[in-house]
Design a protein around this ligand. Structure first.
Ligand code: T68
Length: 834
């Protein structure tokens, strides 16, 4: 009954469990609704039905395909300039709920499904297609948010990616720590993709460059397109995500060898082709691993560029004579990070070798076509390929890259002799280590793109001041900032229907779903007791739902009245989950020392962590083990029962995010300053009214500015202090907080089991240890946590802060971000289906 709201127009059933909001469902009377909902809730909550999912998905897919064809034909007819977004990763998440929501069809599907005892959110386990990114979110999830916004803004734009068969692994918590098990993405039939047997391109590897500078020989595979429809919100525009799959050609199957019984070697090329899309992010510690990743990247670039050129020509045909110089007036290509940067030499190659353009003409077209987004400021994390590997796999591209470098060098020598001493760092080819000469892909992107952008204001400043500083004096206008955003459809409207309902009610419009700036209107009511009550109510039902889920998954029971304190993101040293757990250990120690009376007045906490990690990252694995070990002690200690619970929840992904984000009250974004270029999960939490404890890093800085410093629990060193602090430590001048030492000592003493955490703890010791400055930031972290505890004790203050948090996100819609890209980088206009 909590979820049924009546207003002057009738009854609305807000059903967070099922991700829906139904107005006057089937015009039943409120009484009937109550009894039906009760019935459905009892009998359908945990049922998942494959047939039901496929029936609903196929039905909606047919509708999407119609709109999709119309959109394609419309673009084809009007021939506007179009953007192509190249990304090695997408994290699409469940598509059915999103499609139904975008097409405004949720009530029409959800209620009838309930009648079959089926719920859409339970389909998540089947609707897995398109979790093609590394589920740490980041760059891949950003790409998916952008697709949603491109469609919603009616922009002529497409995404290109690879059709991986499996991605990162499923996690299982074991006695020993964490275990990974493989997960299939697309081997099962997916209702969302359409195989395009008519869209096939050859992609060559190896071989040699002949006397006429043509690339010949080697092995040729085929790229086959699979199209996935991406619907916009309340528009008919439906755009494409085109994913490539690698195949060998039929003629490469050696029938006579096969008939001789040499089955494996007869199908050798076919097996090699299968490897290309086998997994996302194959390990690249070995030469073979590196080769496979380079193959993947080139495969995406070559197939996409060939496809783009074919479409450009098709749209030109029948319209009289045309020039290649018009290509950048019709095509914008955005490189999502450096992974797709081989698209640059590939376009040069296609233009020069296949279309017969000269270098200068091809270079002019290329540099007016590409723009590059940087997602990483650490030089060591930028893509670098060994030159011998590149020369062997892609000999013609290596020649072209050398050509770009030579011409850049000549240009600097002729026009900017003052930069001569910086040239070595600016060139693409880095020969300074004769044993390991490399190709620096970020430099290739900067030299060849008309625009380079960062994804938060702070990172964009670092790019200009440090990483790309040398180039700024040559091309001062090339560098821009495009602060990241998230789609309010998936991350608020469909994720959190209860809260969305309250927002719409108070803003008296649901236009915020496409114009997030309207959310700032909530500031006017932040003190209103009625809104505060409804807000609390909506959030509390999400907390109860998460508590139920945690109980079913981990056996840990938590009271929904605790402060839900969450850190879900990739487990990595720089994200500092260790700082979090050391803070929990400190809290546990203090609680143990308190009297029962004192404990009663302490803020009760439920601490949850989750996230994927790289299976070879032993540091990250030990952190997960430590979280579980601490949980095993704390969660079973009657002294702190009701005051502190700690869990690691495995398999954090987009569908689990749906349960976690609306229920979280405090979210931790605590990287060492300068490490997180933006972060997007901080925006997702803040948008859903969750407060943030965080460092001066990435988008935290901009969120804090919007929400006001009194509503953001900031702590820790600033990015510009980090190098000095590391130096101080090296010189033995750092004195750690005794509480930090105590927490480590408790682990060493075996208070949380006998597992040997020495390597983990030792990484925090010594003059050259603790590079991520946990020791330095620990005291201010505890201070910030104490401010959190105080604020939570005052429920009115907390709920006001929560409302202000949502209101402060008005600038963080990916619609705003994508509109800025469209205007300031791509120069494309809306093209809406009538
Ligand atoms: C992420 N970067 C950032 N990089 O870490 C995150 N890079 O702060 C930001 O919000 C997000 O991008 C979106 O802008 C990545 O995801 C990579 O995945 C990556 C992988 C290999 C090499 C470089």
């Amino acid at each position: 009954d909590d979820d049924v709201v009546e207003d002057e127009e009738g009854v609305v059933v807000v059903y967070p469990e099922y991700g829906l909001e139904v107005r006057n469902p089937l015009s039943e009377t409120p009484k009937e609704i109550y009894s039906n909902i009760y019935y459905y809730q009892r009998f359908s909550a945990f049922r998942m039905d494959t047939q039901g999912f496929f029936a609903a998905a196929r039905h909606i897919r047919d509708r999407l395909i119609k709109q999709w064809n119309e959109t394609f034909l419309h673009f084809h007819k009007l021939d506007p300039k179009q953007t192509y977004y190249l990304s090695m990763e997408y994290v699409q998440g469940a598509a059915l709920l999103n499609a139904l929501g975008n097409l405004n069809l949720l009530p029409r599907y959800v209620y009838p499904l309930l009648r079959f005892h089926l719920t859409i959110t339970n389909f998540d386990q089947l609707d897995k297609y398109g979790e093609l990114g590394n589920e740490n979110g980041g760059l891949g999830r950003l790409a998916s948010c952008f697709l949603d916004s491109m469609a919603t803004l009616n922009l002529p734009a497409w995404g290109y990616g690879l059709r991986y068969r499996s991605g990162l692994f499923k996690q299982r918590v074991t006695e020993q720590g964490l275990e990974e098990i493989g997960e299939d993405w697309v081997d099962k039939f997916s209702p969302w993709e359409v195989a395009r047997h008519d869209v096939v391109f050859p992609v060559r590897f190896y071989g040699a460059v002949d006397g006429s500078r043509k690339w010949v020989g080697g092995e040729v595979l085929q790229a086959l397109a699979y199209d996935v429809p991406i619907p916009g919100y309340k528009t008919k525009n439906t755009i494409s995500l085109r994913l490539w799959e690698a195949r060998a050609r039929a003629q490469d199957f050696n029938l006579s060898q096969f008939n001789d019984g040499q089955h494996e070697s007869a199908a050798q090329l076919h097996s090699r082709a299968r490897l290309i899309c086998a997994v996302l992010c194959p390990g690249d510690a070995t030469e073979k691993g590196k080769l496979l990743r380079l193959k993947q990247q080139y495969f995406l670039c070559s197939a996409s560029l060939q496809d783009i050129i074919v479409r450009f020509k098709e749209r030109r045909s029948g319209k009289g004579p045309w020039q290649w110089s018009e290509f950048p007036c019709k095509v914008a290509v955005q490189l999502n990070g450096t992974h797709p940067s081989l698209a640059i030499p590939e376009l040069m190659r296609l233009l020069m070798d296949d279309e017969g353009l000269g270098w200068d003409e091809a270079w002019d077209v290329t540099t007016r076509t590409f723009a590059y987004t940087n997602h990483n400021v650490l030089p060591e994390a930028l893509d670098k390929w060994p030159q011998p590997l590149m020369s062997n796999l892609l000999p013609r591209h290596m020649e072209i890259i050398r050509g770009i470098d030579d011409r850049f060098l000549a240009m600097i020598n002729a026009t900017r002799p003052d930069l001569h001493h910086k040239l070595a760092a600016m060139l693409i080819l880095d020969d300074h280590d004769p044993h390991n000469p490399v190709v620096r892909m970020a430099n290739l992107c900067v030299l060849s793109s008309h625009t380079v952008n960062g994804v938060s204001r702070m990172q964009s400043e670092i790019l200009k001041a440090e990483l790309f500083a040398n180039y700024v004096c040559i091309w001062p206008t090339k560098f821009q900032n495009k602060t990241n955003g998230i789609t309010p459809r998936r991350w608020l409207r469909f994720l959190n229907p209860g809260l969305s309902y309250v927002i719409t009610k108070w803003l008296k419009t649901d236009k915020w779903i496409t114009n997030l700036e309207l959310l700032s209107g909530l500031r006017n009511f932040a003190d209103n007791a009625d809104l505060q009550q409804e807000w609390q109510f909506a959030r509390m039902s999400c907390k109860k739902r998460l508590a139920r889920y945690i109980y079913c998954e981990t056996g840990v029971y938590t009271d929904a009245y605790c402060l839900f304190d969450v850190q879900v993101k990739q487990i990595h040293e720089c994200k500092r989950q260790l700082l979090n757990i050391l803070g929990v250990i400190h809290r546990y120690k203090i609680l143990k020392e308190m009297s029962a009376y004192q404990r009663k007045h302490a803020t009760p906490r439920f601490v949850m962590m989750g996230g994927k990690l790289c299976p070879t990252d032993t540091h990250a694995k030990q952190i997960v083990k430590l979280v579980n070990d601490v949980g095993a002690v704390v969660n079973n200690d009657p002294d702190v029962n009701g005051h502190l619970k700690v869990v690691f929840v495995p398999n954090y992904n987009v569908s689990l995010a749906r349960k976690v984000i609306p229920a979280s009250e405090l979210s931790q974004h605590i990287t060492t300053a300068g490490m997180e270029v933006s972060g997007t999960s901080n925006i997702k939490f803040a948008l859903n009214g969750c407060l943030i404890i965080g460092t001066y890093d990435g988008a935290n800085v901009e969120i804090r500015e919007e929400i006001g410093e009194e509503n953001f629990f900031v702590f820790g060193a600033r990015a510009d202090q980090v190098p000095r602090l590391r130096k101080e430590r090296e010189n033995g001048m750092f004195k750690p907080d005794p509480r930090f030492e105590e927490a480590k000592q408790l682990i060493r003493s075996g208070a949380f089991g006998n597992y040997d955490y020495t390597p983990l703890l030792d990484s925090l010791e010594g003059n050259s240890g603790d590079v991520f400055l946990l020791g330095h930031d620990f005291s201010t972290y505890l201070d910030a946590q104490a401010r959190v505890d105080d604020a939570y004790m005052d429920p009115k203050r907390w709920v006001k802060m929560s409302i202000l948090s949502t209101a402060a996100c008005s600038n963080f819609s990916s619609d705003r971000t994508v509109a800025q890209y469209a205007k300031e980088i791509w120069n494309i206009q809306q093209c809406r289906l009538p």
